[in-house]
Write a protein that binds this ligand. Structure first.
Ligand code: F6P
Length: 324
């Protein structure tokens, strides 16, 4: 039913995107489809940056971070004129269907594009944030939390040597998944994130209680989207009231987006890449492929971007129990 499909990565890159591109390309070829890579996401689509791929185009990339297709956040694609140009380019290259690897911004674009121009598209969740409804895990999340954890472990060494409190900021504009899981794994005393409302007073109380119980150091993990502000801002407010504490701040930033993907991310990416192409061949479209309870599922874009993926209440309780 299709002759030629296109694949692209879009939005913030994530470790494992390459493994997914590899799986999409090779599954397409395995099923006798032609496959074109689209560079720089929607931006490259608009500019006609498409090129044919074969099985060798994706050799030696399963272990590489970043994305060989490059990525971008396209402002032009948000306009109808931009989307018309993109559609025309897809027609010029005879692309019948698309595989879009990215996060909620990517799928919001894909949904509108499908409604306007009817190009069947399957989305694959590639973002370190793990904030997409319709999959237990997104590609890159496991690598990102292990990168954050490695940093937290190192910070704990120096925090303990100097009896200090460290505020460690991790990524997650709208979601606390990275914060909660790296925080639990790193033995954090407090985790602050958009999904919970930990006040400055809560932080002060917990730190004071810890000190009274002779804790020598503490780690507070802060998701960048926390409502109390950045880790630096929160640390300033705490410092103003707990003047005896020796406080430091570390912002991990984009190191969380890079690096060689973990085995878990490579396998997830490969499985989802295969399921994306097989889904298209079975008539799936306008939906994101995900894995829930170890089974492949297809969730309409509308739900994947519109519904909130809740953090399990067990995870939210754990920090308080385990940090006494
Ligand atoms: O969505 C992935 C993510 O890394 C977020 O965690 C973060 O808030 C954002 O992207 C940063 O975006 P940029 O790379 O454009 O600064």
């Amino acid at each position: 039913m299709y002759n030629r499909i296109g694949v692209f990565t879009s939005g913030g890159d994530s470790p494992g995107m390459n493994a997914c591109v590899r799986a999409v390309v090779r599954t397409a070829i395995y099923n006798k489809l032609e496959v074109y890579g689209i560079k720089r996401g929607y931006e490259g689509m608009i500019q006609g940056q498409l090129y044919p791929m074969n099985s060798h185009s994706v050799s030696n990339i399963i272990q590489k971070g970043g994305t060989i297709l490059k990525s971008a956040r396209s402002k032009e694609f948000m306009t109808i004129e931009g989307r018309k140009k993109a559609y025309q380019q897809l027609r010029n290259f005879d692309i019948d269907a698309l595989v879009a690897i990215g996060g909620d911004g990517t799928f919001t674009g894909a949904k509108i594009f499908y409604e306007e121009f009817g190009i069947p598209t399957i989305g694959v969740p590639g973002t370190i944030d793990n904030d997409l409804y319709g999959t237990d895990y997104t590609i890159g999340y496991d690598t990102a939390i292990n990168t954050a954890l490695d940093a937290i472990d190192k910070i704990r060494d120096t925090a303990d040597s100097h009896n200090r409190v460290f505020f460690v900021e991790v990524m997650g504009r709208d979601s606390g998944y990275i914060a909660i899981q790296s925080g639990i794994a790193g033995g954090a005393e407090i985790v602050m994130m958009p999904e919970t409302s930990t006040t400055i007073q809560d932080v002060i109380n917990t730190l004071k209680e810890g000190w009274m119980r002779k804790k020598s150091s503490s780690i507070v993990v802060v998701a960048e989207g926390d409502e109390e502000g950045s880790a630096a801002e929160i640390a300033e407010k705490v410092k103003a009231q707990l003047t005896d504490l020796d406080i430091r701040v570390t912002t991990l930033g984009h190191i969380q987006r890079g690096g060689s993907p973990t085995a878990k991310d490579r396998i997830l990416a490969s499985r989802l890449g295969i399921a994306a192409v097989e889904g298209l061949l079975k008539g799936q479209k306008n939906a994101m492929v995900g894995i829930i309870n170890d089974e492949v599922v297809y969730t309409p874009f509308e739900e994947a971007i519109g519904k909130q993926k809740p953090i399990h209440p067990d995870l939210l309780r754990m920090v308080g129990i385990l940090s006494i």
